[in-house]
Design a protein around this ligand. Structure first.
Ligand code: ATP
Ligand code: MG
Length: 260
């Protein structure tokens, strides 16, 4: 059994023995103190997921779909049986230090103090807010559902617990290029956001066309490095399609057009 499967089992165990009705002395069982459960979940994380279940946001967690260095994504079910993607940012990663540059300078957020955990929590809140703002301005991103601590629940993009393929995994053509560029432009113009980590790995080829995701790094266009990030996003996306043999617009022209 993988660590992730073990974590899912542990979560399901929580369902049968909610925190308040646990038998035995406090701290007993698989959730001792802040110890990481099965190397994946610590107590705070389990608690956050559990409160989403108690509040009716989630009916249950079905399985893991992706395990990255900084997050684990689960396929979960909502109260009406709809598919939910549960993104759990890992607290036990040091990689969050470099993320300060994407928080400070964004007028919506201040300096985050107190180490890794507050930073990771702030990052999850930030991704939720970015998704919310983008989505409410009509940009194609997953619909955010809820956020608590380091856990973000959103619309599941895909079918039957299998995520949609990303552009990095398909033979992308003209329609995908135009879809990706339209998202980049709509993010800037309509949502006043720059993705900050846009590439073929963070663009789904969803049922209705291209959709951007992984918006934790997205910053407000007033961020002092917004143009720099936008330039990089344009470069990454353009490079992706050039490698696929497409004729593309000059990145400098795209930048001028988007920010005009
Ligand atoms: N809303 C979603 N619906 C379905 N699957 C999703 C969703 N969000 C993320 N995933 C799956 O999880 C993977 C990783 O998600 P994401 O890019 O947001 O996390 P990450 O921490 O940046 O991980 P990585 O380092 O692998 O990029 C995606 O490639 C996709 O397979
Ligand atoms: Mg990603």
């Amino acid at each position: 059994m993988s660590q992730l499967d073990a974590a899912v089992d542990a979560l399901e165990g929580r369902l049968e023995a909610p925190l308040g009705r646990r038998r035995g002395p406090r701290g007993e069982g698989p959730f001792k103190g802040k110890k990481v459960v099965g190397e994946v979940f610590d107590r705070v994380t389990v608690h956050a997921i559990h409160s989403m279940i108690r509040e009716g946001t989630l009916a249950g967690v079905n399985g893991a779909v992706s395990a990255g260095k900084e997050s684990v994504v689960f396929w979960a079910s909502g109260s009406r049986g709809e598919d939910i993607a549960l993104k759990v940012y890992l607290v036990a990663t040091a990689g969050f230090r470099r993320r300060a540059a994407y928080m400070e300078g964004d007028p919506r957020f201040g300096r985050v103090r107190g180490g890794t955990r507050p930073m990771v929590h702030a990052w999850a809140q930030k991704e939720f807010k970015n998704l919310w703002r983008a989505r409410s301005r009509g940009v194609r991103v997953p619909r955010p559902v809820a956020v608590s601590k380091n856990v973000l629940a959103m619309e599941f993009v895909g079918e039957g617990g299998v995520p949609a393929r990303t552009l990095s995994a398909v033979r992308a053509g003209r329609a995908e290029y135009e879809g990706a560029m339209a998202i980049l432009e709509a993010l800037w113009r309509d949502a006043a956001l720059v993705h900050g980590d846009l590439s073929g790995y963070n663009l789904f080829l969803a049922a209705g066309g291209v959709m951007a995701f992984d918006l934790g790094s997205a910053v407000d266009t007033r961020h002092p490095r917004a143009i720099e990030f936008l330039k990089r996003d344009i470069g990454n996306v353009t490079g992706h399609f050039v490698r696929h043999g497409l004729e593309v617009e000059n990145p400098a022209d795209v930048l001028a057009r988007v920010t005009r």
